[in-house]
Design a protein around this ligand. Structure first.
Ligand code: CS2
Ligand code: MG
Length: 402
């Protein structure tokens, strides 16, 4: 079998997605997600110009060799664009391998380690009362784990509060929307949110929160300590993680579990965080961390240090990534949880898939490969729309982390 064509499909059924289609001379095809929110065309160009031509004629079964060729052969290694492109190729090749074997991807990895993949939903509201109602709604949908984000008094907007409660898409303008941030207002407010949640719902559900890179390490230590009575499942991205050593400061002050890694793209981004047990969950996922092949390496390093997986699963990761991630989640021993920000019906129509939700768990299904495909005719009806993620400024106007 040989790779006969590699096509990049850019579409926007409600939001932009980049999908790599790899076709073979025996009629089997595989697809991979290459979506990088706000930078979609960078990855599309990388695939078209620097990857696709080099794949034609290669044996699609040689997944590891192709991964190494694209990683070592790039010379300019790592980074979100390169690793998302490699991820798309890797995912498509695992999809082909599963179809050729007639097996769902999780079987190729080593079989199921669990019966289902526990996921968390996204309760959010403009204030505590609205957020509590959303927590109740997600609990009613059967979720065992719920992330809670609420508006901050005195701030016009903040991360994670969507316009329509259900579907959250932060990339909302061609030129970045400028938000204002106040750490002081945030730190005063968040403990009240979780005190209200635990008072109303008790401790039956896992409750999570995404700080979204906005604190310094010592502020994150203060936040974690203030949230300890509410026993969060995790505090996510408490501080920008380029400075991996900064997490030693957080660990000195709090036992609130820490999750990091959705913006990471290789094992090197988290090597210290994992080997020094500075985090409890690693958030890397298929589309941005080099595909199944590299994500497996990260998870197996994490297993040595009691770190569990908690893969990113926002709306801007396509159903192709979600499908592949669920096979990974079903197999991996040190699984923690899977994020599940539901896609809109418009998106789901373009990406028919085998995965399904029941009682707070997702299952990837038994279709050969990763079980997700793309309806190219429908995709063509949704052209790309330039969009950028917001930026954050502090109240004095200086740039901050969004
Ligand atoms: C967030 C994401 O889901 C999460 O945990 O951090 O919503 C993130 O903001 C987006 O994926 C960025 O495109
Ligand atoms: Mg996050």
């Amino acid at each position: 079998m040989k790779i006969s064509a590699c096509r990049v499909i850019v579409c926007s059924p409600g939001r932009n997605f980049v999908t790599l289609m790899i076709e073979t001379d025996e009629g089997v095809h595989g697809i991979g997600d290459a979506t990088l929110n706000g930078r979609e065309l960078s990855v599309a160009a990388y695939l078209k110009e620097h990857v696709a031509p080099a794949l034609i004629g290669r044996d699609p079964a040689r997944i590891e060799d192709i991964w190494q060729y694209l990683y070592r052969g790039a010379y300019w290694r790592r980074g979100p664009v390169t690793m998302s492109a490699i991820a798309a190729v890797d995912t498509a090749l695992w999809d082909i391998k599963g179809k050729v074997a007639g097996l769902p991807l999780y079987q190729l990895l080593g079989g199921a380690s669990r019966d289902g993949v526990m996921v968390y939903g996204h309760a959010n509201g403009n204030d505590i009362a609205q957020t509590l109602d959303e927590v109740a709604r997600y609990a009613g949908l059967g979720y065992k784990a719920i992330r809670a984000q609420s508006g901050i008094p005195g701030l016009a907007s903040t991360y994670g509060v969507s316009k329509d409660r259900m579907y959250y898409e932060p990339a909302d303008a061609a030129i970045a929307t400028e938000n204002i941030w106040s750490t002081a207002k945030y730190l005063d407010h968040v403990p009240k949110l979780f005190e209200a949640i635990r008072s109303r719902f008790g401790f039956e559900h896992h409750i999570l929160h995404d700080v979204h890179h906005r604190l310094t390490p010592i502020e994150a230590g203060r936040l974690g300590k203030s949230l300890e009575p509410y026993r969060l499942f995790w505090m996510e991205d408490p501080t920008p993680a380029e400075n991996q050593e900064g997490f030693r400061i957080i660990r000195q002050h709090t036992v609130t579990p820490i999750a990091v890694g959705e913006v990471f793209n290789t094992i090197y981004d988290c090597q210290t965080l994992i080997s020094e047990q500075l985090i409890d969950f690693i958030r890397t996922t298929v589309v941005h961390a080099g595909g199944i092949t590299h994500l497996r390496r990260i998870a197996q390093l994490a297993e040595l240090y009691h770190v569990r997986t908690g893969s990113h699963g926002a709306t801007d990761l396509s159903p192709v990534c979600m499908g592949a991630a669920l096979h990974f989640d079903l197999w991996v021993h040190n699984f923690g949880i899977q994020e599940y920000m539901r896609h809109t019906p418009e998106t789901d129509a373009v990406f028919p898939h085998a995965y399904s939700f029941k009682d707070g768990y997702l299952h990837p299904g038994e279709a050969p490969g990763h079980g997700v495909d793309i309806d190219e005719t429908l995709a063509a009806k949704h052209p790309y729309k330039s969009s950028a993620l917001p930026v954050n400024r502090l109240e004095d106007g200086s740039m901050w982390n969004w």
